[in-house]
Ligand binder design. Structure first.
Ligand code: MG
Length: 423
């Protein structure tokens, strides 16, 4: 005889904005984060690296280019010296001169990441990858099959250890936000549960930057307003937050109460974009062709990587400029054969850019547009090594940026000229 664990509740008498389902059961969400992922994998696979400070970099050799490369991950031993993920390699070496620098292996990390997701899928269909080494899972409806949420978390930790030889931190909460906050509380190898009944007080002592979405800039602004902890943020007059941060201010205040009803969405359910564009405003309006080209190079790459994540190919490439007087001008090309790699898109983008050069006025913004997107049905098999190498570079960049932020790994060309302001 089957029994229902949760008796059905009487239907509310009045319409509520939230769906009926949300009232029927408290959700059990886990956020799983593999610790110092790239470095831990290398330490697990090469015993001589165990216990040593290790830095993983895409370009570890001291070439002039290498001077600008970054530590994609630092092991905990290196972090003890103040090395942070995403730090330029030369700076990391100054802090920790005896660190062992290892060349990253994108294929290997991506393979482990996929296997990691497979492990999580044995506990529920609701698995949402968040980055190469992080994911959310919703076990609300599968707890009865695999033990309670804490037992599931322990099983996952064991499986990650057995399969990859590394540790992970797991946070459990009634929603994604609280689960993510919880997993950040104990690193490495943590397991932190925050129950709904203990909210919001259970998180109120934390600094505002515990909320994903509050980076350094917002944190400093909040600190200037006298907001240091989540309690400060929760109790701050909402009108003032709205004035300072816009609608984001309201979202962040809700977050300080631990409120979040966003669902865990499996990757295959996320819709594909109809077009992709990427634009950037210069710190200072410019006539410098090299600067404009360098920005376009970076933006093209950003757009291509987004396209690749959705497994799409493009048939239209466009470039547009906005001038100092805010007038805009755009040009595009329809391409005969669908294109999907960075080299292909770059060829067209730069050909279009040439038609704008030299610029007739100071340029304020440059943007790239990819349209006519179609799904890639079958993975093309590269006959030539050089082609597959190019793809590997694209893949490595995708994964590193997912993990370490949009500027963590750049092709050298996009570093020419001044820093660009992303819009
Ligand atoms: Mg991690």
């Amino acid at each position: 005889m089957s029994t229902t664990r949760f008796p059905s509740l009487p239907k509310p008498l009045f319409g509520v904005s939230k769906s009926w389902k949300q009232y029927s059961k408290e959700r059990a969400i886990l956020h799983i984060d593999m610790n110092a992922f790239f470095a831990s994998v290398e330490q697990a696979q090469r015993p001589y690296l165990k216990g040593k400070p290790v830095l993983i970099s895409a370009d570890p050799y001291g070439t002039p280019k290498g001077a600008r490369s970054v530590a994609a991950t630092a092991s905990y031993e290196a972090r003890a010296y103040g090395v942070k993920t995403g730090m330029p390699l030369f700076q990391a070496k100054e802090l920790c001169p005896h660190a062992v620098i290892v060349e990253g292996d994108a294929r290997k990390y991506t393979g482990i990441s996929l296997k990691f997701l497979e492990i999580l899928k044995t506990f529920t269909d609701l698995v949402e990858p968040y980055s190469i080494d992080e994911a959310f899972i919703d076990v609300t409806n599968t707890e009865h099959l695999f033990g309670n949420k804490v037992e599931i978390a322990k099983k996952i930790k064991k499986l990650v250890k057995e399969n990859f030889g590394i540790t992970c931190s797991i946070g459990i909460g009634p929603n994604k936000l609280v689960a993510k906050i919880a997993s950040d509380l104990e690193k490495p190898d943590g397991l932190v549960v925050i129950e709904k009944k203990d909210l919001p007080e259970a998180i109120w002592h934390l600094p505002v930057e515990a909320i994903p979405g509050i980076g350094r800039k917002r944190m400093l602004k909040m600190n200037l307003m006298g907001i240091h902890t989540l309690k400060d943020l929760a109790l701050y007059p909402q009108e003032n937050l709205r004035r300072a941060f816009g609608i984001v201010g309201v979202y962040l205040q809700n977050a300080a109460f631990g409120l979040d009803d966003s669902p865990v969405v499996p990757e295959e359910k996320i819709g594909d974009p109809k077009s992709i564009s990427s634009a950037s405003t210069f710190g200072k309006d410019t006539l410098d062709e090299e600067k404009i080209a360098s920005a376009l190079f970076y933006l093209t790459e950003k757009a291509v990587l987004r396209m690749k994540r959705h497994r799409l190919k493009a048939t239209v490439v466009g470039v547009w400029l906005r001038y100092e007087d805010f007038s805009s001008e755009g040009k595009g090309e329809k391409v005969k054969q669908e294109i999907s790699t960075f080299e292909e898109v770059k060829y067209h983008a730069f050909r279009i850019l040439e038609r704008f050069m030299p610029p007739k006025k100071h340029v304020r913004l440059v943007g790239v547009y990819l349209g006519g997107l179609k799904k890639i049905e079958f993975e093309d098999i590269s006959l030539f090594k050089s082609e597959s190498k190019k793809r590997m570079v694209d893949d490595l960049i995708i994964e590193t940026r997912k993990k370490c932020g949009p500027c963590s790994l750049l092709r050298a060309r996009s570093l020419i000229g001044e820093k660009i302001v992303m819009t």
